[in-house]
Ligand binder design. Structure first.
Ligand SMILES: Cc1ncc(COP(=O)(O)O)c(C=O)c1O
Length: 438
């Protein structure tokens, strides 16, 4: 982090799409808070909600009183989501939501099935359970995990069918990210509908992990909602669900699935967070307001507007810099720029970090991408990041409050940075990095 400057500079305050640093610089934040900041920093309506909650001394926590905040939030989730996705559980992090969904699926089958399928390029979190369901390359150390995890090839229905056939009547859940934000890959409509049909036929619980992609980010309220008639059994959400102010997540289950798993007096409290953090009033009130903003300000339409500028703009830049940009992919306000840079850059990278290259075959791409991020930040006050999963694309994920001018400013900056040539960017980045070490 110190290589980029981010790790050494202090932010004074943040508002909308901008960070204001202590040294007076104003930085355009195109990371979108890695999914958390669809609403931008410190959205005024969210600040007002939290102020009001505190001023009125609302009750934050008491498990055995009825919570109007938990109830209203669960109700509103059911209003936004299609079909009978009506039953919500509201923990704090994405990984907890994923693990809750997996436990629900396991309990739905009464413990009689023991296999769960996940995609080869998945990212579902870093706890013991969610970590073992993550198929990412960064998962290179084997912590203990849940048993019965079987991998399929992302967006390949035949591969899923083969995995199910290899475990007859034993698969209790299939987990998929319809849009994989950690690799910028997405599933086709055919694949997702095919999964739905297969899961219905085999009574497998279909879980869509939309922890990153909810609340308009990709141009529909949730990515799967762009496909009419498509319904998972469980969907997970977090990140912008809390409006960038509240650490809250959810799994939302189809009512019959939830009821079969837990709707009886013996099992009702089987999955809960006991008495620590669950459904805190202010966190829920913030999420209620965050949803209201996403609906009233039509965040999916905002993301589609950003796509109209970013999609063609990035493709134009890719065409103008074929030696640097291998591919651009994305949807709405979430795009990946896959930087490559031919054999000459390979030589330079190999000279700079021969041992590192041997350990991490993607180090070359990471170095190249880091050097572009570095130049965007140092020369244009634009903050971006790259993913550690997949082919490590540079991610452009503006908050949905970003303006047309913000997007144009970024496109011009990226163009200017790439005009310098990757070799120069890479040498300068490494020189700065070494300088910062001394
Ligand atoms: C798709 C997806 N699932 C799960 C998670 C895990 O969420 P958390 O980091 O809150 O545990 C993430 C986090 O980035 C995510 O993007």
């Amino acid at each position: 982090m110190t290589s980029f400057g981010f790790g050494r500079e202090l932010v004074d305050h943040a508002e909308g799409a901008y960070l204001y640093l202590r040294d007076g610089r104003r930085v355009l934040d195109l990371t979108g808070g890695v999914g958390v900041l669809n609403h931008g920093h410190n959205h005024p309506r969210l600040l007002a909600t939290r102020r009001q909650f505190a001023q009125r001394r609302r009750m934050e926590v008491h498990k055995t009183y009825f919570s109007p905040y938990v109830a209203a939030l669960a109700h509103n989730l059911a209003q936004v989501l299609p079909g009978d996705l009506n039953m919500s559980f509201l923990p704090n992090s994405g990984a907890e939501a994923v693990e809750g969904a997996v436990k629900l699926a396991y309990k739905y089958h009464g413990g009689r099935r023991n296999t769960i399928l996940r995609a080869d390029i998945s990212f579902h979190g870093k706890l013991l359970g969610s970590g073992s369901l993550t198929g990412a390359a960064q998962n290179h150390f084997a912590f203990p995990g849940i048993p019965g995890v079987v991998s399929y090839t992302y967006d390949d229905l035949e591969s899923v069918r083969a995995a199910v056939a290899a475990h007859p009547d034993d698969v209790y859940a299939i987990l998929v990210e319809p849009f994989s934000a950690s690799t910028m890959r997405s599933c086709s409509a055919e694949f997702l509908h095919g999964l739905r049909t297969l899961c219905t036929e085999q009574d497998i619980v279909l879980v869509f992990d939309e922890i990153y992609t909810g609340w308009g980010k990709t141009g529909s309220m949730f990515y799967f909602m762009r496909h009419a008639g498509l319904l998972p059994d469980v969907v997970t959400t977090s990140k912008s669900f809390g409006g960038g102010k509240s650490s809250i997540s959810a799994y939302v289950a189809r009512e019959p699935v939830f009821r079969q798993a837990y709707d009886n007096p013996v099992d009702a409290l089987m999955h809960s967070t006991s008495t620590t953090y669950y459904g805190f009033g202010e966190e829920c009130a913030t999420a209620i307001e965050a949803i209201a903003i996403a609906v009233e300000d039509d965040y999916p339409a905002r993301a589609r507007r950003i796509e109209q500028l970013l999609g063609p703009g990035l493709r134009r830049i890719a065409k103008q810099h074929p030696e640097a940009v291998a591919e651009v992919t994305g949807a709405g306000a979430l795009w990946g720029v896959f930087l490559d840079g031919g054999p000459k850059v390979l030589d330079l990278a190999a000279r700079i970090a021969p041992a590192g290259l041997a350990r991490d075959p993607r180090l070359r791409t990471k170095l190249i991408t880091a050097s572009v991020i570095n130049a965007l930040y140092r020369e244009h006050d634009i903050y971006t990041y790259y993913t550690l999963n997949g082919a490590s694309p540079l991610v452009v994920g503006p908050p949905l409050v970003a303006t047309d001018d913000d997007i144009e400013h970024f496109l011009n900056a990226l163009d200017a940075v790439l005009d310098q040539g990757l070799n120069r960017l890479l040498s300068r980045f490494v020189a700065q990095k070494l300088g910062s070490l001394w």
